[in-house]
Design a protein around this ligand. Sequence first.
Ligand SMILES: *Cc1c(COP(=O)(O)O)cnc(C)c1O
Length: 341
Amino acid sequence: MEKKNIDWSNLGFGYVQTDYRYVSNFKDGAWDDGCLTTDANIVLNECAGVLQYAQTIFEGLKAYTTEDGKIVTFRPDLNAERMMDSAARLEMPVFPKEKFIDAVTKVVAANAAYVPPFGSGATLYLRPYMFGSNPVIGVKPATEYQFRLFCTPVGPYFKGGVKPLTIKVSDFDRAAPNGTGHIKAGLNYAMSLHAIVTAHEEGFDENMYLDSKTRTKVEETGGANFLFVTKDGKVVTPKSSSILPSITRRSLLYVAKEYLGLEVEEREVYFEEVKDFAECGLCGTAAVISPVGKIVDHGKEICLPSGMTEMGPVTKKLYETLTGIQMGRIEAPKGWIHVIE
Ligand SMILES: *Cc1c(COP(=O)(O)O)cnc(C)c1O
């Protein structure tokens, strides 16, 4: 198969229209068979549920080429399950796991020419999503929905090398204790835009959100979970019912324990403790782990001992082991790698 003529290593993270996407509609209580289409546009009624009351959820995962030339995706079953949880919380119909995996497989196979070659550092980002599509004016769940999955090639995350991030302790809240912070819904992002634009204007890369009830515990950023390393090499991640269960973070904890023999703790993390950690990173599909160099709390700086030029040693080992598993250099736990072709 001939690859598209794309300068893979210089791609950014933006939308590039590809040839095929998957569409399935839910009507009269059932999903249709679903199919691929070349049409990238959606025509909706002006009163569609998603447009009025933001009934929409999404996922994010990537397809890439391994060292031995296979096109694969990483743990798509977990994205399928998380989307089922998101749907249930927003009173949307569940899109079955087998259909989700089938959509992933079909879209990647149909757009194989857009899967970046091994070594380019680029990946094919997949975006499954679902939204209420029929007219809704009284506040209630839609009765018709559309599930779609498109893909777009994205460039290497650490272009020009790793650069530790500077993050700000935000005065805004991301999620309420019994709210929707644990699901991947557009609404969580709409309300984070003002906070991230403000942080960027002030020169910060990201926001650290604290728990909105007591403002004493670390939650996450707008789109990534925190991972800390203690001075004695223990891996610690915050536990809270209002953070999004990152698949990368869950995979890293497994790798820390089972591959690297590190002690791991998933527990409440008080902001007070952060100054005592040796390393800090942000976990998510896009970067796997981005190191954090500095955390600023209203002018008070916490400088992580790992510094502002490289990943800390434990973060680096975690990064290399998980990306090694993803790329096929290190044997993966059973079921982690989904081969497309
Ligand atoms: C998607 C997302 C993450 C990262 O999850 P991964 O499954 O690792 O990509 C973390 N936090 C939030 C709020 C997210 O939406």
